[in-house]
Ligand binder design. Structure first.
Ligand code: UGA
Length: 433
């Protein structure tokens, strides 16, 4: 099938590449000339495990092309995916400028019946708005469907190719048939394609992310309480997760959720609620807890040391989670700004996010070439991202390198008993210090 993907960002690239891999003829288009030139030359703008190899193979075999010509790509395609950014607007809701601009251009370009599928996370009712644009401007029949993405950074290819579910909100059987055909290689009885109306599909996306964010904030509240009452959040997590109604995934307390999705989507859903006169109290609390949680380690550091000025701190992990170089809303930034703000010196290390961090933090921190260099002479180590290489370091060596053996373990990567034995002061999430 001929497919166009508008927006060669994270979602667009993964979608286009996976659809090319399953045998379709895919054009990924973007307004950014430099990005398209780089992609044509084989350079991938984001770090996502496995993506580079898949892009190269499909481009070489002629199933995947990159271009800036939206009109041509949309004119040839049977399905056009909209995967452009929806930044946070002034009122917290998702900003639709890029989506609507692209929709106008698609409307001018279609030459035959086309399905336009929104992949970008957009407020409920957006597919209907785009449908109106098509009806006003397009010269051919267009069905607009909502097809939200559920990709996790760091596991996006797996999530696309082996999805828990594919959600398609479509108004006509014709559009449903085409979307079914496109996704046929990826769905099974146990990984179904769920067909519904566009508004419900748009809501599935927001409600899913909001539910996941709620689980995390709930566990972070429980963790803070555990610290006070002398319980261990790790035992509590296991005890809760064993209940099949609760389950284990997404129950890890930590230093708050970050990334380009949860913070933005929670805000956007709150804005939708406000617009419709509904106060989503629970979600407001989810956000508030997350803000508190991002400051948790800093609060504990101040409690431990008193003043932080003149002290040196090592930070392991910058990305908002492992296997990505994404720093958007990363809790590490809050920790680093907090330490700097209180007069501390900061030495950071991340396996892949150093380049991006350099652009953001400049000369204000020291970029260490490895994890051990980051703890040299440090008064404390902050573990902020649970990269696997941080789970089993040579802790004897770490202790020798540090000025004082204090660890603020924001992801509970270390075993408290082992840390005690080694002589560390180990502050973990959800455990009394
Ligand atoms: C999230 C969703 O998981 C995807 O399903 C969704 O498609 C995506 O947003 C999106 O809307 O595009 P992502 O932001 O890549 O994916 O990352 P997650 O793995 O969900 O992690 C989000 C944050 O929650 C991270 O900061 C992570 O450290 C934190 N987290 C996650 C916890 O603190 N505890 C947990 O138990 C799980």
């Amino acid at each position: 099938m001929r497919v166009a993907v508008v927006g060669a960002g994270y979602v667009g690239l993964v979608t286009g590449t996976c659809l090319a891999e399953s045998g379709n003829d895919v054009a990924c288009v973007d307004k950014d000339d430099a990005k398209i030139e780089a992609l044509q030359a084989g350079s991938i703008p984001i770090y996502e495990p496995g993506l580079e190899e898949l892009v190269h193979r499909n481009a070489k075999e002629g199933r995947l092309r990159f271009s800036t010509d939206l009109a041509q790509a949309a004119g040839r395609a049977k399905v056009v995916f909209l995967a452009v950014g929806t930044p946070e607007g002034e009122d917290g809701d998702a900003e639709l400028r890029h989506v609507l601009e692209a929709a106008e251009e698609i409307a001018r370009s279609v030459k035959h019946y086309t399905v336009v599928a929104t992949k970008s996370t957009v407020p409920v009712g957006t597919a209907d708005r785009i449908q109106e644009i098509m009806e006003r401007r397009a010269k051919a029949e267009v069905d607009v469907v909502s097809n939200p993405e559920f990709l996790k950074e760091g596991a996006a290819l797996e999530d696309f190719q082996r999805p828990d579910r594919v959600v398609v909100g479509a108004r006509t059987d014709r559009a449903r048939r085409i979307m079914r055909e496109l996704y046929a290689p990826f769905v099974r009885t146990e990984r179904p394609i769920l067909l519904m109306d566009p508004r419900s599909a748009e809501m599935v996306k927001y409600a899913s992310n909001a539910m996941l964010a709620t689980r995390i904030s709930f566990m972070n509240d429980i963790a803070v309480l555990c610290e006070r009452v002398g319980a261990d959040a790790e035992h509590v997590r296991k005890g809760m997760g064993a209940d099949t109604r609760i389950g284990y995934p997404f129950l890890f307390p930590g230093i708050g959720y970050g990334g380009s999705c949860f913070p933005k989507d929670v805000k956007a859903l709150l804005a939708t609620g406000r617009r419709h006169g509904i106060d989503l109290d629970l979600l407001r609390a989810v956000e508030k807890t997350n803000e508190r949680q991002k400051r948790q380690l800093l609060v504990r550091a101040v409690k431990h040391f008193g003043a932080l000025d003149g002290r040196t701190f090592g930070v392991w992990g910058l990305a908002f989670k492992p296997k990505t170089d994404d720093l958007r809303e990363a809790p590490s930034l809050e920790v680093i700004e907090g330490l700097l703000g209180k007069g501390g010196r900061v030495q950071v290390y991340d396996p892949v996010a150093m380049e991006r961090a350099r652009r953001l933090l400049g000369e204000r921190v020291t970029f260490a070439p490895g994890p051990y260099e980051a703890v040299e002479g440090a008064d404390a180590l902050f573990v902020v991202t649970e990269w696997s290489e941080f789970r089993t370091p040579d802790l004897e060596r770490v202790k020798t390198l540090m000025r004082s053996p204090v660890v603020f373990d924001g992801r509970n990567v270390f075993d408290p008993a082992e840390m005690e034995e080694l002589g560390f002061v180990h502050h973990a999430i959800g455990r009394a210090p």
